[in-house]
Design a protein around this ligand. Structure first.
Ligand code: HEC
Ligand code: HEC
Ligand code: HEC
Ligand code: HEC
Length: 202
């Protein structure tokens, strides 16, 4: 319960930043000029609700969760050995971006507006995407030899969710960074591949 109250107050205290979702790629309200959900004038509601939320990895979640079976990333040089089905927040991103659940399936309603553009639909085959939903710790860094140690590097540990690499390690849906940092909603600029080089020593 205490956790819920903290989360509700977090949610309320962020409303001051509302313009950062408003007009962003994740604003689906009437007048946004992209996927517009008829009759919807709120902007947090596609993903969060103050009440009756689903207990998911992101706070006060209110969007239907995908049940798709995903093909996962594999490679002979990969050291991480715990890559399974997407979990945590990544699964929530994929609940729109795999194209199986409608963007307007929130608040208990089943919608019909699905992500279908070639660019933004990640789909269910993740074998050609950067690996996600795996533990990134000192022993992985040691095993790989060319990764920053997250325990010794706060910039890296700040990008992890429950010590894992997830979609939001690289993207911020709330798009609260100024241009040019909001290119593709990236958390850090990727000029000169800076985002990649935050974790990879190459
Ligand atoms: C498209 C989905 C989406 C929309 C729309 C959205 N959020 Fe979020 N929100 C997320 C996800 C995913 C996370 C967890 C990942 C993260 O923290 O970046 C999150 C995390 C949060 C958190 C906790 C972490 C933090 O950043 O403090 C708060 C508070 C929050 N959202 C508030 C809001 C508010 C307020 C709005 C509307 C102005 C909003 N969100 C709109 C998806 C969304
Ligand atoms: C409620 C559905 C929904 C959720 C949840 C959601 N997205 Fe999206 N996202 C969309 C849609 C729809 C678009 C395309 C909007 C457009 O092109 O008009 C989009 C666009 C994007 C883009 C492209 C931005 C650009 O500049 O082209 C990125 C990156 C992205 N989302 C990442 C994420 C990540 C990461 C998460 C989870 C943390 C997430 N999304 C959660 C629906 C969602
Ligand atoms: C390791 C970092 C990283 C991770 C993890 C990551 N992305 Fe991305 N993503 C990027 C970068 C960088 C781009 C921009 C590519 C470009 O156009 O240069 C991008 C682009 C995108 C786009 C826009 C595609 C386009 O062409 O407009 C979407 C949508 C997206 N990512 C969603 C996701 C989702 C959903 C996840 C989790 C399943 C995810 N990303 C995980 C780094 C990442
Ligand atoms: C948050 C940290 C982080 C960021 C940012 C990041 N990566 Fe990674 N990446 C990892 C980790 C950890 C692995 C797993 C390495 C392993 O297990 O061998 C990985 C795996 C990979 C692999 C697969 C390696 C293999 O052996 O199959 C490639 C390629 C890669 N990343 C490229 C990139 C690129 C390109 C970017 C920038 C767009 C990027 N990464 C951004 C942490 C990150």
């Amino acid at each position: 319960m205490l956790r819920k109250i903290v989360l509700i107050s977090l949610l309320i205290s962020s409303v001051g930043h509302a313009q950062q979702i408003a007009g962003s790629k994740h604003d689906f309200s009437v007048g946004s000029g992209r996927i517009e959900i008829a009759g919807e004038f709120e902007i947090c509601v596609f993903c969060h609700t103050p009440h009756h939320a689903t207990l998911e990895a992101a706070p006060l979640w209110d969007h239907e969760t995908t049940v798709a079976n995903f093909e996962i990333y594999t490679s002979p040089t990969l050291d991480a050995d715990d890559i399974g089905q997407p979990s945590g927040i990544s699964k929530l991103c994929l609940s729109c971006h795999d194209g199986s659940v409608a963007v307007d399936s929130y608040g208990g309603n089943t919608g019909y507006l699905k992500v279908n553009s070639a660019a933004t639909k990640i789909g269910t085959d993740l074998s050609n995407n950067h690996p996600i939903s795996f533990l990134y710790d000192t022993s992985l860094a040691d095993a790989d030899g060319f990764l920053e140690d997250p325990d010794a590097n706060w910039t890296v540990s700040d990008l992890l969710f429950e010590n894992k690499v997830e979609c939001p390690s690289c993207h911020d849906v709330h798009n609260n960074a100024p241009i040019p940092f909001n290119f593709k909603l990236l958390r850090l600029s990727n000029d000169d591949s800076a985002l990649c080089l935050t974790c990879h020593i190459k």
